[in-house]
Structures are given as structure tokens and as C-alpha cells.
Design a protein around this ligand. Structure first.
Ligand SMILES: C[S@@+](CC[C@H](N)C(=O)[O-])C[C@H]1O[C@@H](n2cnc3c(N)ncnc32)[C@H](O)[C@@H]1O
Length: 272
């Protein structure tokens, strides 16, 4: 890939496939909503991985699809040498501003997750949190993550998931997410992630589902800028949700708000 400099952001973006293009436009438009006010600012999930990752100061970390940068900054504050990458220039500009405000030194690169512009064995850690459900080709992403990791390096994948063996609830959640956010592609089950890792030469050493309360459907709509027509369609899906989805996601009304509990996969794998 060729590279160009733009406002200290090194861009490696060539032609994007349609799914990547939709994601880029969506996050360029909505970037203001992914900063400090976002629920991803809560990094308890990252803290819970430290005993497995055992990160060391000075290690090189690539944070793929960095968004508002909550993951990359978490590790930069621990003293790691962090490269933050995303497909959206608007997201990366915000990340740069935060780095300046906090006096943190990071590298900022624009490229898709499916094609990483780094030599083999460049990083000690590759992280990707709450983003892979947007990717056009998760298999290529995992292959690329494995390629750029050093032997013994760690891959940390955190993303929304639906536990294995729940196809009806999975399909329901897929429809809800597609309507809410046009850049949503697909949630992947834990077994499928494990399979992708194995195929890429990564050994899964930790895999767990944590649940996280979705605070309010309206906040969630506003964050993604969901259009009025799709908000109506999502509310209809919620009103007619099958029992499997109601049970699995603990769909409920609380103080006039529609809430549910996400399933979030925390997976750590080691490069063989
Ligand atoms: C919810 S945000 C990520 C949150 C972030 N990782 C964190 O921990 O706060 C999702 C990000 O994925 C990025 N993205 C979506 N598809 C992508 C792709 N194919 N390649 C790279 N970035 C992508 C979007 O631009 C967006 O910034």
C-alpha cells in the first residue's frame, strides 16, 4: 500500500470495499459521540485481561479500529508504545487531540483492519475492542493480526457476541443492530472466533463472555444517528422479540427506558 501524510496521520487507505466504505462514512459522521461520554470509556473489561496479557512498559502495541481510543490510551498510560489505527480520519483526528491534551506520545495510522501496513512480527500485542462486528472480512483481520504479531505475542479481541447454540436470538440481535447502525456487519460467536484464531496460528488462552448493561435504547440510537424509520422498526422488533432473545439479553423496561444486557466476548490468543 502507498502512504500519504495528512495532519500527522499516516494514511494507507486505497480502495475500500462497500462494507468498509459504509463504516468509514458512518464513523466520520458520528465521531463526536465516541469520546469521553461513551460507555466504552469504562475500561473494566481491559483491566480484567491484565493478568493474562501481563503487558510490559515499552512493548509495542497495535490497537486496530481504535475509535475514540479508549483501548489504545489505556495501554499508552501503562507505558506501552502504542500505534492507534482506524479507517475513519475523523476518529483519528479526535484521538490525536486527546493525545495532545494528555501529553501522550502515540502513532496514528489510517487503514482498514483487513489489510495491515506493517511488516511481519512488528508488535508484542494487537488489540481490537468493540469494532470487529463492522469488519467486512474478520478472517482476513485475524490472519493479519497474527502476521504482524511477534512469536509469543498476544492478540486481544473484545467484541459483542451471542453465545454459541442460540441461532434465533443471534438472528434477532443481528436484525436489531443492522437497523440501528448501518455499518454493523455481523456479531461472531465464541466458537467461530476460536476457529478463526486457530486457522491463523493463534492459540486461544482465555475466552469468556462478560455481560454489560445497555443503559438506554434512546442513547444508543442517538450515538449511531439511527434514522426515524429504523427506530420504529427496532422498537417493533423489541416488542415482538422471541423468548430466546428476551431471556438471553434480559430485555426489560426500567424507569421508562428500554434496556438489555449485551454479551461481550473477551478473548486472548497467543501467536505460536
Ligand atoms: C465503537 S468504535 C471502536 C471502539 C474502540 N476500539 C474503543 O475501545 O473505544 C468502532 C471503530 O471501528 C472502526 N472501523 C469499522 N470498520 C473498520 C475497518 N474495516 N477497519 C478499521 N476500522 C474500522 C470505526 O471507524 C470506528 O472508529
Amino acid at each position: 500500500m502507498t502512504s500519504t501524510w495528512c495532519c500527522d496521520i499516516l494514511s494507507f487507505v486505497k480502495e475500500l470495499d462497500p462494507i468498509q466504505g459504509v463504516a468509514q462514512r458512518q464513523f466520520d459522521k458520528q465521531s463526536a459521540n465516541y469520546g469521553k461520554s461513551h460507555i466504552l470509556q469504562n475500561t473494566d473489561d481491559l483491566r480484567s485481561t491484565l493478568n493474562v496479557l501481563k503487558p510490559q512498559r515499552g512493548q509495542k502495541l497495535l490497537d486496530v479500529a481504535t475509535g475514540g481510543g479508549h483501548t489504545g490510551f489505556y495501554f499508552a498510560r501503562l507505558g506501552l508504545d502504542v500505534t492507534m489505527a482506524d479507517i475513519s480520519a475523523a476518529m483519528l483526528e479526535r484521538v490525536q487531540q486527546t493525545a495532545k491534551d494528555e501529553n501522550l506520545t502515540i502513532s496514528v495510522n489510517q487503514h482498514p483492519a483487513e489489510e495491515l501496513p506493517y511488516p511481519d512480527a512488528s508488535f508484542d500485542l494487537v488489540t481490537c475492542r468493540i469494532a470487529a462486528h463492522h469488519f467486512s472480512c474478520p478472517a482476513s483481520f485475524v490472519m493479519e493480526a497474527a502476521r504482524v504479531l511477534k512469536k509469543g505475542g498476544h492478540f486481544l479481541l473484545i467484541d459483542g457476541t451471542v453465545e454459541d447454540g442460540e441461532p434465533e436470538a443471534e438472528e434477532w440481535m443481528h436484525q436489531v443492530e443492522k437497523l440501528r447502525d448501518p455499518s454493523h456487519n455481523r456479531l461472531i460467536t465464541p466458537l467461530k472466533w476460536a476457529h478463526l484464531c486457530g486457522h491463523a496460528g493463534l492459540r486461544v488462552v482465555h475466552s469468556e463472555i462478560q455481560t454489560m448493561k445497555q443503559p438506554d435504547l434512546e442513547w444508543y440510537f442517538n450515538t449511531a444517528g439511527t434514522c426515524a424509520e429504523n427506530r420504529v422498526a427496532v422498537r417493533t422488533l423489541i416488542a415482538t422479540a422471541p423468548g430466546s432473545a428476551r431471556r438471553l439479553f434480559r430485555l426489560a423496561e426500567e424507569d421508562g427506558k428500554t434496556i438489555w444486557w449485551w454479551q461481550r466476548l473477551i478473548l486472548v490468543a497467543v501467536k505460536l
